[in-house]
Write a protein that binds this ligand. Structure first.
Ligand code: FAD
Ligand code: FES
Length: 286
């Protein structure tokens, strides 16, 4: 189901959200939660499809809408997940909801990670903080189709051990013999056994070979800004580096012009872009 599938618009109107129910809430870090949800409409529960990298417009009824990626994998379709950092009006309202509460959902919107391009390649995931949310959808997607991808490296970091999201996934990927999982925190911390140092520095140490490899990067703007030069130093070309951008959105479907960067709309042309597409904006905006 995509934005073009008008038969799936709630009440035939693209701006009317589908009603969904929160089934589970996972406290990831102080201020970050993952919500498991399902649609109320039985047909939608069965027929809804999306791709890793896509996002939705989620609403807290009576408060407003906000944009979040779908952080679960389409290969595990029994429910959907999104992960939220509490920063303002809608995210605080979401934080007050409990299991059983109803939310609105419009989507899935945007493009997705180019699986055809990634097929057969080595993959390097580079994530920071809550930036692991969209990568996580793709990582599980790849693990569930492991034979069609080559080597997988994951370099993920946060400021402190308490700020690491998806600790249960990090543990699972660490145990997975087909994945090289490297976790780091910015500064030494009591009991911490992983790497110490910011993500771009640790990526340079891991030094994945650029040949036949794609790098998929998502994290805070400062991490993204310092990661691309490291990848370039390692021999990656701009076309081999992918990221997913965040920009304040309103419609989510290319109508309102709110989310442009240069001549691109993040909602319609993205949110997944190659570095080649966005390198002129990264230094000024990211
Ligand atoms: C494609 C896409 C995917 C996203 N995925 C996630 C996700 O998985 N998890 C998550 O927690 N957040 C995600 N975001 C960011 C999220 O949309 C905002 O944090 C959210 O809209 C804030 O809503 P609010 O009403 O709580 O904040 P507001 O009250 O509207 O704003 C609070 C503060 O946050 C800033 N802000 C609001 N929206 C954004 C934005 N999009 N980018 C940067 N700053 C913003 C405002 O300028 C303000 O300073 C995504 C954004 C996009 C565009
Ligand atoms: S959010 Fe309206 S055009 Fe992108």
């Amino acid at each position: 189901m995509t934005v073009a599938d008008s038969k799936f618009f709630a009440q035939g109107n693209v701006y009317v959200p589908h009603i969904a129910v929160i089934e589970k809430i996972v406290e990831e870090t102080p201020g970050v939660r993952t919500y498991h949800f399902n649609f109320k409409d039985e047909r939608l529960r069965k027929e809804f499809i999306f791709e890793s990298g896509q996002f939705g417009q989620y609403s807290v009824l009576g408060t407003g809408e906000a944009t979040f990626c779908i952080s679960s994998s389409p290969t595990r379709p029994d429910h959907l997940e999104f992960t939220v950092q509490k920063v303002g009006k809608v995210t605080n309202a979401l934080n007050r909801l409990g299991v059983g509460a109803e939310i609105g959902f419009r989507g899935p919107y945007g493009n997705s990670f180019p699986l055809d391009f990634l097929k057969g390649k080595n993959l390097v995931f580079v994530g920071g903080g809550i930036g692991l949310a969209p990568l996580r959808s793709l990582i599980w997607n790849i693990i569930d189709n492991r034979d069609i991808y080559n080597k997988v490296d994951i370099v993920y970091g946060a400021r402190t051990p308490a700020d690491l999201c998806f600790k249960y996934d990090l543990e699972a990927w660490d145990k997975d013999k087909t994945v090289n999982m490297v976790t780091t925190v910015d500064r030494e911390a009591e009991g911490w056994k992983g790497k110490i140092g910011v993500v771009p520095k640790i990526l340079e140490e891991v030094a994945p070979p650029a040949k036949d490899t794609a790098a998929i990067v998502c994290g805070p703007p400062i991490m993204i800004r310092f990661t691309f030069p490291v990848l370039e130093k390692l021999g990656f070309k701009a076309e081999q580096m992918l990221t997913t951008l965040e920009k304040k959105m309103k419609c989510g479907i290319g109508k309102c012009g709110r989310c442009n960067i240069g001549n691109l709309y993040v909602c319609r042309d993205g949110p997944v872009f190659s570095y080649a597409q966005i390198k002129d904006f990264v230094s000024s905006e990211y």
